[in-house]
Design a protein around this ligand. Structure first.
Ligand code: ADP
Ligand code: MG
Length: 252
């Protein structure tokens, strides 16, 4: 992997937070990511859409630095954090210790508590992971990402396992955190509405590369709706190879 960008990337600056050129990652001789180019601006919220198995998680793991078996150029900020669909909490460590897991030095519990406060889990710092609901565990996982003060936050279908209501709350939380923190966010999702509710820009991955991208110029806060929202949704669904349901035809 190429060296990281020098120094911290200041939020909302004009420097890119991520620059990827000609990235290729193969498994058993088959290129899952194939000559992919990608630029993410600092402070920008980008959604990455794509059909199951198209290589979204593979790309995210590369950006997170978890997979270095690649060719091509990958420039990412030093401070980055990732949250996955499953919260991946260590069951034998209390929530606050999970939040601090892997941080260098001997960080104070207070640091974890501030991050937990930010995700609305202030009271659960001393709890065991198994006592958390699915939504709470996912928020703890977000706190673990935030405590790293990332310039780039990578989210891999983080709401995929949540029920509909919890999912809406979690989406609102991520929108708030992003606005407060000003970090670049790359959200992998297969949910077009989620992408349009949250992102400044939506990308569609296909055949190992970014096949389509569109800005999402909708006022915030957003609601799923008609007009521009519906037009963008329709186009993205087409790019994903999903035809929108036509009016149902009555069976004879
Ligand atoms: N460690 C691995 N070993 C072999 N094949 C893998 C590995 N990781 C991912 N793949 C393959 O790469 C393809 C893309 O996977 P993935 O990035 O997880 O897709 P997505 O997240 O878009 O659903 C899939 O065909 C998957 O089987
Ligand atoms: Mg995936």
């Amino acid at each position: 992997m190429a060296t990281d960008l020098q120094g911290p990337v200041s939020p909302r600056s004009s420097d890119p937070a991520v620059r990827v050129e000609g990235l290729t990652r193969s498994f058993d001789g088959l290129a899952v990511v194939d000559g992919l180019d990608l630029t993410l601006r600092a402070g920008e919220f980008t959604a990455l859409l794509g059909r199951s198995g198209c290589g979204k998680s593979t790309l995210l793991r590369v950006l997170a630095g978890l997979d270095r078996d690649i060719t091509g150029t990958v420039l990412v900020p030093r401070r980055r954090a990732v949250a996955f669909q499953s919260p991946r909490l260590m069951p034998w460590k209390r929530v606050w210790r999970n939040v601090l897991l892997g941080l260098p030095g001997k960080p104070e519990r207070e640091l974890a508590e501030r991050a937990l406060e930010e995700v609305g889990l202030g009271g659960r710092s001393g709890a065991w992971p198994r006592t958390l609901s699915g939504g709470e565990a996912q928020r703890a996982s977000l706190a673990r990402a935030l405590v790293r003060e990332p310039d780039l936050l990578l989210l891999d279908e983080p709401f995929g396992a949540l029920d509909a209501l919890t999912r809406i709350k979690a989406q609102q939380l991520v929108a708030e955190l992003w606005q407060r923190r000003g970090c670049a966010v790359l959200l992998v999702t297969h949910d077009v509405d989620e992408a349009l509710l949250l992102a400044d820009r939506a990308l569609v991955m296909r055949d190992g590369a970014i096949a389509y991208e569109t800005p999402v110029d909708l006022d915030r806060p957003r609601t799923v709706g008609h007009g521009e929202f519906a037009a963008l949704r329709s186009r993205l669904l087409t790019e994903l190879g999903v035809a929108e349901e036509a009016a149902p035809v009555e069976a004879a």
